[in-house]
Design a protein around this ligand. Sequence first.
Ligand SMILES: [Cu+2]
Length: 160
Amino acid sequence: MVITPNIPNLPYVEKNGIKYFTLVAEPVKTEILPGIFMNAWGYNGITPGPTICVYPEDYICIRVYNKLPQPTSVHWHGLDVPNVMDGVPAIEPSPRIDPGYYFDYHFRITNPPGTHMYHSHFYTVKQDMMGLEGGFIILDPNETKEDIQRDYYLMLGALS
Ligand SMILES: [Cu+2]
């Protein structure tokens, strides 16, 4: 169990052995300090986006809606996925998602347990710095509560 302070885990629906997640890339207003708001971009109303937690061997489908004013994509940083699902449209046959459209990223988790992230890989310098990123955790099915008392995921970023 990994806790991301102030950020919920992304819920999913399991059907026929596949875990279905939904991300909505969209403009968000986020309170970075009490009373200080920042216009950012994020997923499902927040930045960083919700933390995705899965297990090795899971089959997953992540539907990404684009409610941004420009195309986007999602790259699953560090995960071994087919090129067409990797979310890097400029150099791979992985589609960009135009405004108003969605794309279903579906793949099997073949990595071992570990800590990763997802982020935009379209106009990356702008979109990542606007906040389009989130945590992606591959949990260890053999880990017990006695092994680890607290496990936190922190995402640090610098706006330039
Ligand atoms: Cu990356």
